[in-house]
Design a protein around this ligand. Structure first.
Ligand code: ADP
Ligand code: MG
Length: 250
C-alpha cells in the first residue's frame, strides 16, 4: 500500500527524517512511535506532500507520489489529521467538513473561489459525503452545532471525519487521542478498528499512549533522532533491547 524508500528530510543541517525505509500493508493498523522531535510528524508531512523529501522515494499503491503537492496526494487517497486541527469556531461542524474537504483537495483558496459555480453543483455531493463521515465517527447529532460549542473529544472526532471526507485509502493520524481521557481513548481505538474493518482502510498512527498502541497496532515503527531504530509487531518492539534503551527505558 505505502512504500517509503530511503527517505531523508533535512531542515538546514538537521536530518529530521534520516534514510527511513518502511512498508505499510493494506488493511492494517500501523503505528509510529518515538520521543518528541524524533521526526514522526515530519514523516507524515512527507507522505502527504506538505514537505518534499530531500532524497528518497514514496510510493502509494505502486505510484510514485514523491514530489506531488498535497492536494494531489489527497486525491490519490491519503487522508490525514494534524496534531492540532484548525477549525472554524463560529461555523457548524458540517460546514467545517465541507470547507475542509475543499481546501484539502483543491490546490488553494484561489481554486476554490474561481470554481465556485461548479462547486455549487458539487455542494450536495459534498454535504452528503460530510454527513456520512460525521455519522461514521459518531457526530451526526452535533452536525449543526458550532465548533465553539462542542467538547474536546468531539473536536478530535471532527479531525477524524475531516480525514475520512476525502475518501482516503490510507489515513495518517497524528496523535489522535492526545489529551483525551482513558475512557475516550478506548472509543478512539474502537473507531480506528472500525475504519479498517468496515471501510477497509489502512491506518497509520502516531501515538504516545503505549497501552493503546500495543493492543491496537499490527505493526510498529520506532523513530529516534530521525532514524528508524526498530520495526515489528508490538511483541517484537516491546522486547527489542534497542527500543528499551532508546525509548521505553528512557
Ligand atoms: P515529532 O513529531 O516526532 O515530535 P517532528 O517531526 O515534529 O517530531 O520534528 C522533528 C525535528 O524536525 C525536530 O527537531 C523539529 O524541530 C524539526 N522540524 C520539524 N518541522 C520543521 C520545520 N518546518 N522547519 C525546521 N525544523 C523542523
Ligand atoms: Mg509530532
Amino acid at each position: 500500500m505505502l512504500k517509503v524508500e530511503n527517505v531523508t528530510k533535512m531542515f538546514g543541517g538537521l536530518a529530521a527524517v534520516s534514510d527511513v525505509s518502511v512498508e505499510f500493508e493494506a488493511g492494517r493498523i500501523n503505528a509510529i512511535i518515538g520521543p518528541n522531535g524524533a521526526g514522526k510528524s515530519t514523516f507524515f508531512n512527507l507522505i502527504s506532500g506538505l514537505h518534499q523529501p530531500t532524497s528518497g522515494r514514496i510510493l502509494l499503491d505502486g505510484v510514485d507520489v514523491t514530489n506531488l503537492p498535497s492536494d494531489r496526494v489527497a486525491r490519490l487517497g491519503v487522508g490525514r489529521t494534524f496534531q492540532t486541527t484548525n477549525l472554524f469556531e463560529q461555523a457548524t461542524v458540517l460546514d467545517n467538513l465541507i470547507v475542509g474537504h475543499r481546501l484539502r483537495t483543491k490546490s488553494g483558496l484561489w481554486d476554490v473561489l474561481i470554481n465556485s459555480k461548479r462547486l455549487q453543483r458539487e455542494e450536495k455531493a459534498a454535504r452528503d459525503k460530510a454527513m456520512e463521515a460525521l455519522e461514521f465517527v459518531g457526530l451526526a447529532h452535533v452536525a449543526g452545532q458550532f465548533i465553539a460549542d462542542i467538547t474536546q473529544e468531539e473536536r478530535k472526532r471532527v479531525a477524524f471525519a475531516l480525514a475520512l471526507a476525502t475518501d482516503p485509502k490510507i489515513v495518517l493520524l497524528d496523535e489522535p487521542a492526545a489529551g483525551v481521557n482513558p475512557e475516550e481513548t478506548v472509543g478512539f481505538a474502537a473507531l480506528m478498528r472500525k475504519m479498517v474493518d468496515e471501510k477497509g482502510l489502512t491506518v497509520c498512527l502516531i501515538e504516545h499512549k503505549m497501552d493503546m498502541i500495543m493492543s491496537l497496532a499490527d505493526k510498529i515503527m520506532v523513530l529516534d533522532h530521525g532514524e528508524k531504530i526498530a520495526e515489528g509487531t508490538p511483541e517484537e518492539v516491546r522486547n527489542n533491547p534497542v527500543v528499551i534503551e532508546a525509548y521505553l527505558g528512557g
